[in-house]
Write a protein that binds this ligand. Structure first.
Ligand SMILES: Cc1cc2nc3c(=O)[nH]c(=O)nc-3n(C[C@H](O)[C@H](O)[C@H](O)COP(=O)(O)OP(=O)(O)OC[C@H]3O[C@@H](n4cnc5c(N)ncnc54)[C@H](O)[C@@H]3O)c2cc1C
Length: 249
């Protein structure tokens, strides 16, 4: 089965994020960038599906500047077969990203697209759903278990009250939740092999997709500073503070 996996380059979640003084974004100097953790989980699932079926192809897509090559090479080292980088200088909003992915789905004809449920930079949680709508494909979002038998896909989703099991017939879209799997590390032979794997660059204009955002980001702000914690000697003191200061009880 051919599976597409979109991979987004995001700041490392361990990084201390500093917002630019004019509120137009975050300071990127000296920030380490990584594969969005949910995209890593999506890739791991695609690799497991391919391994279980004993055949198929896992194709990566990233949309961004050539800086994203680093994350694509890492994903190739994890085991993906080849990669496509859609080059654009500006950041695309989820609607435009979904348009790009839809164009590549038309070109590549995969049976399945596995995405992260959200990227940890913008937390939009939209791209998978918008892609499913653009293609008029079924979607199973927030997957914590995926089973495939022939053309039938069964997905378990974690919802507030427990677990929901849903099913669809391929082709379709799955977005990964945190507990779907534990992504593998790239092995040394994997890193060596990745250097020779195909990484094709396509300018955004070649796909006929506009970079103009449908939604504009007006301002970015840091959360308000948290006050230092207090150490309490007794449970009674804690309960008192929760009542008088935190006003939680
Ligand atoms: C890719 C990704 C996926 C994630 N998915 C999930 C998810 O599915 N579900 C989820 O819940 N989170 C999720 N998170 C959030 C992640 O789990 C949080 O970073 C973590 O819960 C924060 O814990 P912390 O103690 O490091 O953070 P902190 O911000 O330091 O603490 C969070 C809270 O924990 C309490 N706390 C922390 N330390 C103490 C202490 N010493 N004594 C008393 N209270 C303390 C406080 O109430 C504090 O407000 C995700 C994060 C990433 C990057």
């Amino acid at each position: 089965m051919k599976i597409l996996v979109p991979i987004k380059r995001v700041p490392d979640p361990q990084t201390n994020i500093v917002v630019k003084p004019d509120g137009t974004g975050i300071v990127e100097d000296n920030v380490k960038f990584v594969i969005n953790p949910f995209c890593e989980i999506a890739l791991e699932e695609a690799l497991r599906i391919k391994e279980a079926q004993g055949e198929g192809e896992v194709v990566l897509i990233s949309i961004g500047s050539t800086d994203s090559t680093e994350q694509l090479r890492t994903a190739l080292a994890m085991g993906a077969d080849r990669a496509i980088l859609v080059i654009t200088d500006g950041k695309l909003d989820p609607a435009r990203a979904a348009e790009v992915l839809a164009k590549l789905v038309e070109q590549e004809s995969p049976e399945l697209v596995v995405l992260g449920k959200q990227s940890i930079d913008d937390d939009a949680n939209q791209t998978g759903q918008l892609l499913a709508a653009a293609l008029d494909w079924p979607q199973a979002t927030f997957a914590s278990k995926v089973d495939i038998e022939g053309q039938d896909v069964t997905v378990i989703r974690e919802v507030d009250g427990g677990l929901e099991t849903i099913a669809f017939t391929l082709p379709g879209i799955v977005t990964s939740d945190l507990r779907l799997n534990e992504p593998r590390y790239a092995s040394l032979p994997g890193i060596m092999k990745a250097r020779k794997k195909e990484l094709k660059e396509i300018p955004l204009a070649d796909l006929g997709v506009s970079a103009d955002p449908k939604v504009k980001q007006l301002k970015v702000e840091s959360p308000s500073k948290r006050e230092a914690g207090k150490t309490v000697e007794t449970v009674q003191e804690l309960v008192e503070l929760l009542h008088t200061e935190a006003k939680l009880i």
